[in-house]
Design a binder for this molecule. Structure first.
Ligand code: 5GP
Ligand code: MG
Length: 172
């Protein structure tokens, strides 16, 4: 059995999510935002976050593959599910579960900017800094975690543990 070292409890997550939502609601006061969730990891965080918001929102999802667009290539990132809402001229908030190297977000930002939104901001529940390779401003950060392989609250290991209500560092 792998070891599960507690990193964020259910209560700590709830507090972080409520604080993020409060700040986002203040910053976007009376403005409509397109919230873009990055599947699959962000699905639980996004679902909780939007229920605390007091601004009008529209919600859409993208899905990225870090294995490239075909099975032969790896190390490149591929969009495997495109947006359905037109974001041209719109205010966009990207919602991520965790930012690690930053490579997938860098790819996504380029993709979104090609659609000429009015603005793009980033929100992540966890900013994991150990392996950060790309520098950008993350507008909304729930918690900073230095290292580890985290599971729970949407985060998986081989598609397992996404349903856990708290976040753990998995030691195999
Ligand atoms: P990146 O390295 O491009 O910033 O992160 C890409 C994706 O890898 C994240 O959105 C997340 O889905 C996954 N990832 C990064 N660190 C972890 C982690 O500690 N645990 C899990 N389960 N996924 C992670
Ligand atoms: Mg993710």
């Amino acid at each position: 059995m792998p070891d599960f070292n507690p990193v964020l409890s259910k209560e700590e997550i709830e507090k972080a999510v409520a604080e993020l939502a409060q700040q986002i609601s203040i910053d976007y006061h009376n403005r409509e935002v397109v919230i873009i969730g990055v599947l699959k990891g962000a699905f639980i965080f996004l679902a909780d976050l939007v229920r605390y918001l007091s601004i009008p929102v529209q919600i859409d999802f993208v899905r990225l593959s870090s294995y490239g667009c075909n099975t032969e290539t790896s190390g490149s990132i591929c969009l495997t599910k495109e947006l359905e809402i037109d974001i041209t001229g719109r205010e966009v908030l990207v919602v991520e579960d965790i930012i690690d190297t930053g490579l997938s977000l860098e790819f996504l930002l380029e993709h979104l900017k090609s659609k000429e939104p009015k603005s793009v901001r980033l929100c992540t529940l966890i900013d994991k800094r150990e392996r950060r390779d790309r520098q950008f401003i993350i507008d909304y950060v729930g918690r900073i975690v230095e290292q580890g392989f985290l599971v729970g609250y949407g985060l998986d290991y081989a598609e397992q543990y996404r349903h856990l209500p708290a976040i753990y560092d998995l030691k195999l």
